[in-house]
Structures are given as structure tokens and as C-alpha cells.
Write a protein that binds this ligand. Structure first.
Ligand code: HEC
Ligand code: HEC
Length: 391
């Protein structure tokens, strides 16, 4: 009898282990195509859970204060609602806005300027950037993770016996981020789910403008069966140009919760001068790409303020006013952007429509991120001192 019980238990454990090692079919929510994942990087449960813990772990920064999830905050649309441009280790400024991680699986070229091509490699950008998580080297991060008790055995279980290294850390973070797919919004129910009443008349009027007179759909694509609201391409809307040329622009600054003042950007120079940013040009070195940035998806856009690569537009109303003016003129401005002459009601309906793009699985994805609980204990010794050459 005892033998059987042990055998059954062993069988159950084997099943559980198997389950974690089997590819997880993460179904695409209504409105999105199947999740692209490289054939050599299957989405395994153990990898997704490991990546989630790493994403939320402050100990991945050099001084143990900053996790990925503190700039890509789960409750704030996996971006930072209070910050136009991100703030890294010890208050250092970063020149760009933290983009949302929702639906990043569908992004072909990562970062606002498209300089990185895979999520596996991308993670090393923030881990090593001196003004982000500021780790001294790749090896240092690897040794530190090896020294953290909560990760003991987890890499080996997820990667067929392989421990933490440059590849497996990237693979785990990527696996998790690929599962942050979010759609099934009211818009999706209306457009793809056959629920005619899911959008009210004003929201439907907004969608008609979006695909019609306002021309938004030329870059924020909407397909017959699915919609990414992006084109995976780069366009110059003029914001980057205005920043580089020091054109007078005003900025909304938050003094206290709910209390804002408008100030000229120049007034901020005394505190910190804006860092140069030429957008896509920095990657291609083609002058025609100056001040072009990747079209972001508009899914969950009501949750991801402030907007644009520099976070300079505080509300969706500001974004619509910006497009109504035809963007900001400059020699490389995208020819698709022209003054629109929208009515007050038209602008309002566009904002209402954008508000219908919030995915129905947002609360679950936020709760799962918060449940990751990576732990706080620091390694007993400096991680660099544990390093031993294995050959
Ligand atoms: C200090 C804030 C900060 C931290 C910490 C941070 N990020 Fe980011 N993240 C940003 C900013 C800002 C950008 C955009 C940078 C750019 O375009 O040049 C970005 C871009 C990204 C992108 C590209 C998204 C897209 O749509 O192109 C991904 C993916 C990402 N981060 C994941 C991570 C992961 C994983 C970590 C932890 C290892 C992390 N981030 C840590 C601020 C941060
Ligand atoms: C020529 C292509 C193009 C057209 C047309 C266009 N957009 Fe955009 N949109 C972009 C690009 C590129 C960005 C990112 C700009 C940046 O980061 O500075 C963007 C950013 C946005 C954002 C901010 C998203 C975020 O997360 O920061 C919103 C909202 C938006 N567009 C809505 C619209 C609406 C509504 C229309 C129609 C009135 C429209 N767009 C027309 C290319 C376009």
C-alpha cells in the first residue's frame, strides 16, 4: 500500500514537472493574431514564471532598488504614468518615455528607435545601462542571480539543467513578456466578436473618424480579423524635431497629485538640459530617418499616459489636438500628417473611441505580476567574489 502511495506521488510529481516543461499554449485574445515566438524559444510555464519573478525583482539592479516592473509598472499599464521620461538608478534621467510592455510580442523592432530585434537580447540594455539598472557587467548579473536563494534550481528546471547565464536570463524575461498579450476589449467585442452594442454611438463615430477623415489607420493598422493598431514602421511627427531645434514648447508639470502647471520647456533647462535624440537616424544613419520613431500600438492606450517617445503629451485629448494641427512641420515630416480640421465633437469622439481599447484581461495580468513575490534577501557576499572559472 505504502509502495503504491509513493509510486502515485512520484508519478504526480513527474506529471507536475512535465507540465512545467511542456510548451504553454497562450491563446491570443479576441482581436490579436497568434503570439509570435521563436521556434527555439518555446513558452514553457517554468520559463514564464521565472521571467515574471526576474521582471519584478529589485535585486536585478546594481544597488538592489530598481526592478523592470518599477519603470514598467503593472498597475500603470506596464509603463510609468507619473513620468514623461523615465528615471533610473539614483534619480538619473533617461531621455525617453517607458513604453508599455503589453503586446510587445508583436513588436518587430524594439525601443522607440527600433535598435534591438529580440526580447532575449533587449533585456541586457536596461540591465547594463549606467542610468537604468547600472550593473557593472553581464557576468556580475549572472553571479548575483546564482547567489540569490529564491532562484536555486529554477533555471535548471526551466532550461533542461542549464543554470543562469546570459542566454537563459534573456530567454526567461522574454518568455514572460511575450505572455503579456492584452486585447478582448469592448472594441474587439464590437468589431470581431459580433456584439453590436459593445460601443455606443459616440465611440462608433470616433472609429469612423479614425479610419476615415482623420487618417489614423494609415499607421495604426486595423485588419479584417485582428488589429495591432501599429505598422511596425517609423514616422516623423515633428516632436523629436521640435525638441532638437529647441522650438518653444510647453510642458505640463505635476506639483502634487492632481495639481499641474504649464511651463515653457526652456525653463527646465536650468535643472537639466534635454539630451539629444534624433530617433531612428541613430540606428540607420540615414538622414531621411531623422526624428522618426516607431508607431506604438494603441491597445490599452487609456492606461499608458503620458504619450509619445518623450512623454510630452499628457492626455489623449492633447494627442488629438496635436494631430488636428497636423503634427509639427519640419523637412522630414511624414506626408500623411496634415491639419485635419476636426470639430469639437469629432475630437471628443476620437478620445472616446481610444478609451474602448482596454483589454479585458488587464486585472489578471496585473495580479499575476504582483503575485510573483521575488524575495528581498541579498547575497551574503559580493556576487563578484563568488565567481570561479569552471575550466
Ligand atoms: C529606468 C526605467 C526602466 C527600467 C528599470 C527598465 N526599463 Fe524597459 N524601457 C525603459 C525605457 C525608457 C524604454 C525606451 C527606451 C528607448 O526607446 O530608447 C524601455 C524599453 C523597453 C522595451 C522595448 C519596448 C518596445 O515597445 O519597444 C522592453 C521590452 C523593455 N523596456 C523591457 C524591460 C525589461 C525586461 C527590464 C528589466 C530587465 C526593463 N525594461 C527595465 C525604461 C526602463
Ligand atoms: C504617419 C503615421 C501616423 C498617423 C497617420 C497617426 N499616427 Fe499616431 N503615432 C504615430 C507614431 C510614429 C507615434 C509615436 C510618436 C513618438 O513616439 O514620438 C504615434 C503615437 C500616437 C499615440 C501615442 C501612443 C503612446 O503610447 O505614446 C496616440 C494616442 C496616437 N498616435 C493616436 C493617433 C490618432 C488618434 C491618429 C489619427 C488622428 C494618429 N495617431 C495618426 C504614427 C501615426
Amino acid at each position: 500500500m505504502k509502495f503504491f502511495r509513493v509510486a502515485i506521488l512520484a508519478g504526480l510529481f513527474a506529471l507536475a514537472a512535465c507540465d512545467r516543461a511542456a510548451p504553454v499554449a497562450v491563446p491570443a485574445p479576441l482581436g490579436l493574431p497568434a503570439i509570435p515566438a521563436p521556434p527555439d524559444a518555446p513558452l514553457l510555464k517554468a520559463r514564464i514564471e521565472l521571467g515574471r519573478s526576474l521582471f519584478m525583482d529589485r535585486r536585478l539592479s546594481h544597488n538592489n532598488t530598481l526592478s523592470c516592473g518599477m519603470c514598467h509598472v503593472p498597475e500603470q499599464g506596464f509603463t510609468s504614468n507619473e513620468l514623461g521620461t523615465a528615471i533610473g538608478l539614483e534619480g538619473q534621467t533617461i531621455r525617453r518615455n517607458s513604453p508599455t510592455i503589453y503586446n510587445v510580442a508583436y513588436v518587430e523592432q524594439l525601443f522607440h528607435d527600433g535598435r534591438e530585434f529580440s526580447l532575449e537580447n533587449q533585456a541586457w540594455g536596461p540591465l547594463l545601462a549606467g542610468n537604468e539598472m547600472a550593473n557593472p557587467s553581464i557576468g556580475y548579473v549572472v553571479e548575483k542571480i546564482k547567489a540569490l536563494p529564491e532562484y536555486a534550481g529554477r533555471f535548471e528546471a526551466a532550461f533542461d539543467g542549464r543554470g543562469p547565464d546570459m542566454m537563459t536570463i534573456g530567454l526567461a524575461l522574454a518568455a514572460y513578456q511575450r505572455t503579456l498579450v492584452s486585447a478582448g476589449s469592448r472594441f474587439d467585442a464590437w468589431r470581431y466578436g459580433g456584439t453590436a452594442g459593445a460601443l455606443n454611438a459616440e465611440e462608433q463615430a470616433g472609429f469612423a473618424l479614425f479610419t476615415g477623415k482623420a487618417g489614423c489607420v494609415a499607421c495604426h493598422h486595423v485588419g479584417e480579423k485582428t488589429a495591432l493598431f501599429a505598422d511596425n514602421r517609423f514616422h516623423n511627427t515633428g516632436i523629436g524635431y521640435a525638441n532638437s531645434m529647441d522650438l518653444p514648447r510647453r510642458h505640463r508639470v505635476q506639483l502634487a497629485p492632481g495639481k499641474f502647471v504649464e511651463i515653457e520647456d526652456k525653463a527646465l533647462d536650468a535643472f537639466e538640459k534635454r539630451q539629444p535624440d534624433v530617433g531612428r537616424y541613430e540606428v540607420t544613419l540615414d538622414p531621411a530617418d531623422s526624428w522618426a520613431y516607431r508607431t506604438p500600438s494603441l491597445r490599452n492606450v487609456a492606461l499608458t499616459a503620458p504619450y509619445m517617445h518623450d512623454g510630452s503629451l499628457a492626455t489623449l485629448g492633447d494627442v488629438i489636438e496635436f494631430y488636428d494641427r497636423g503634427g509639427i512641420d519640419n523637412p522630414h515630416k511624414d506626408p500623411l500628417l496634415k491639419p485635419l480640421g476636426l470639430s469639437v465633437a469629432g475630437k471628443k469622439s476620437l478620445v472616446a473611441f481610444l478609451g474602448t481599447l482596454t483589454g479585458d484581461n488587464v486585472p489578471r495580468l496585473v495580479a499575476e505580476a504582483r503575485a510573483a513575490q521575488p524575495g528581498e534577501a541579498l547575497p551574503a557576499k559580493d556576487p563578484a567574489s563568488t565567481y570561479k572559472r569552471a575550466y
